[in-house]
Design a protein around this ligand. Structure first.
Ligand code: SF4
Length: 304
């Protein structure tokens, strides 16, 4: 038995075969950087936002998809794909550009389009365009919303530029359109204690989100967070505490919420701290082994 509800399992149940992500990197921006919602961006967000694994943003969408599809298709004999608009705030692009890009993404083999964005950037015209595409091309739509923390005071410190209520309203709005909702959270922000992490599980359970991406904090060079870290203004929790938090979060999380990611990753040369100097695979396996040994699993102690 898996100790948590893996994304690969969900995809296999839904599509009856393995489905692979094709990342798309757009030359977008973010209203939390250009002054519309705030300046400077979230304190942990670097120049490239989350686009480390993607192709250069100046390549046309279709070309990015076809290149990645050819590579992944050959390597894994893959036939079904998720087109993943992962970087920056994708629903902040001009509406016509947004429509063009999402339509270009619906190439043969793409069964799902995943759009990463902010909960305060969910204008109806963007969601309507996604709904039209869903109906015309018979693709699933997933909207990924950054929450990061379920505490307003923490959201202020990390300069998110929105509060928890905005996230809640965003989830309801996306659900009204019939799309999947995935929340992004950071489990080891220096200002967050274990109770706040459990409160986050409670919020996601009650909102009945479809999935969650848990990010471990990595500290990207030349960010405000990096300066805080280098000046000794923040203290990170220990590796042991971090693992304990992940396990407790999973136990508190409803068993039908898909865990789409357990850790965030970034290239070594871009960061000053990442995953306690350990490999993704090692941390993952340690957590899973410990949970098996302890008889714990996702949903064991669901909090509502
Ligand atoms: S909302 Fe996203 S892209 Fe914008 S600054 Fe924050 S993390 Fe970066």
């Amino acid at each position: 038995m898996d100790v948590y509800y893996k994304h690969s399992k969900y995809l296999m149940e839904k599509y009856k075969e393995k489905v692979y992500k094709l990342p798309i990197n757009l030359p977008g921006s973010c209203p939390n950087r250009d002054g519309t919602k705030g300046f400077g961006g979230c304190i942990f967000c670097g120049e490239k936002a989350a686009g480390f694994e993607a192709l250069p943003p100046d390549l046309p969408v279709k070309e990015q998809l076809l290149k990645n599809k050819e590579y992944i298709g050959k390597k894994y004999k893959a036939k079904k794909f998720i087109a993943y608009f992962q970087n920056y705030t994708n629903t902040y692009l001009p509406i016509e550009v947004f429509k063009k890009y999402i339509n270009e993404a619906a190439i043969p083999g793409v069964v799902e389009i995943a759009i990463s964005t902010r909960p305060d950037c969910l204008e109806d015209e963007y969601l309507s365009a996604l709904k039209e595409l869903k109906e015309e091309k018979n693709v699933e739509i997933t909207v990924e919303l950054g929450l990061q923390s379920a505490r307003d005071e923490t959201l202020k410190i990390i300069n998110r530029g929105h509060d928890v209520l905005t996230f809640i309203n965003g989830v309801y709005k996306v659900k009204e359109y019939g799309f999947r909702v995935v929340a992004h959270i950071i489990i080891n922000l220096p200002w967050v204690d274990e109770k706040a992490v459990l409160d986050c599980a409670r919020l996601l359970n009650n909102l009945k989100v479809d999935g969650v991406k848990i990010h471990s904090l990595y500290i990207v060079k030349n960010t405000p967070l990096c300066r805080m870290y280098e000046n000794g203004e923040i203290k990170l929790i220990s590796y042991g505490e971090f693992k304990s938090r992940v396990k407790k979060f999973l136990m508190a999380l409803s068993p039908d919420i898909v865990v789409e990611r357990l850790f965030g990753r970034a290239p070594e040369e871009e960061v000053v701290f990442e995953n306690y100097g350990s490999s993704w695979r090692k941390i993952h396996d340690e957590i899973v082994c410990e949970m098996i040994k302890e008889g714990s699993y996702q949903g064991k102690n669901v909090i509502l």
